[in-house]
Design a binder for this molecule. Structure first.
Ligand code: C5P
Length: 237
């Protein structure tokens, strides 16, 4: 699938990092038809947000469940089977071979796609060594991306800075989904390696995950529309 095959509006995924289902539903209502893809992570899932996945899907929205699963293969597989029934489009797992294999097998026959998180973007080489790894971040990201591809994983979550080099490794079949995106002038928050939407897409990103710059904005809809306008492909002459 080429990036141009992805419906334009789907390329912005708004992270519903909000403390309650009520606040999440109010945000979805405010964003209206400007946003078609939402991410639900730990905060909202553990605050009773998983039923919202089906509700959003029934409204024609797409949903990315960001739970970064990692456990023994059987447990991952049973979890993925349950999640596949919720109607979500993407689910994250950590990029360990057993975990990726179990998740890919368990999502077969459903429309759920598995995204692997190679190395968390908050980790640097020192953090990896402290956790017992001998590889540095870039080598581990590359090794895990190759393993993910061999195992049939549908896409990778990566920082925009990694997108260009990963694209060279994995080609164009797998999706690249990038958080750490900030419209020019927006507060960076705790994100360290950031890019503007246009640069992230130019680097090879298929989907941009943006949370706080949208959900904490005075006018969330205007920010979402501005991000989508920034990545609008030029009209063919
Ligand atoms: O508010 P912000 O735009 O920084 O939100 C980014 C979202 O992407 C958050 O939900 C965060 O958990 C998620 N994420 C990330 N970095 C990763 C993986 C996921 O920021 N490596």
């Amino acid at each position: 699938m080429k990036p141009s095959d992805i419906p334009h509006k789907d390329r912005l995924i708004v992270a519903l990092d909000l403390p309650s289902v009520e606040q999440a539903e109010a945000m979805v209502a405010r964003l209206g038809d400007s946003v078609s893809f939402y991410k639900i992570g730990y905060q909202l899932s553990y605050a009773g947000g998983l039923p919202l996945v089906r509700k959003l899907a029934d409204q024609g929205k797409k949903v990315f469940i960001d739970l970064k699963l990692h456990d023994i293969g059987n447990t991952v597989a049973r979890g993925v089977e349950s999640i596949a029934k919720l109607g979500a489009t993407f689910l994250t797992v950590h990029a360990y071979p057993q975990t990726m294999k179990a998740a890919v097998e368990a999502r077969a026959g459903s429309s759920l796609q598995i995204l692997a998180v190679t190395v968390l973007t908050s980790y640097d080489d020192g953090d990896l060594h402290a956790a017992g790894y001998r590889l540095n971040v870039s080598d581990l990201v590359e090794a895990r991306a190759q393993q993910a591809q061999v195992l049939g994983v549908d896409g990778l979550v990566c920082s925009p800075e990694e997108a260009a080099s990963l694209r060279k490794i994995i080609g164009h079949q797998m999706r690249l989904v990038t958080p750490g995106v900030r419209p020019a002038g927006a507060a960076t928050g705790d994100q360290k390696r950031i890019m503007t939407p246009a640069r992230a897409v130019a680097a090879g990103s298929d989907y941009l995950v943006v949370g706080r710059p949208v959900v904490e904005a005075a006018d969330p809809r205007a920010v979402a529309e501005a991000i989508l306008a920034e990545i609008t492909p030029p009209l063919a002459a």
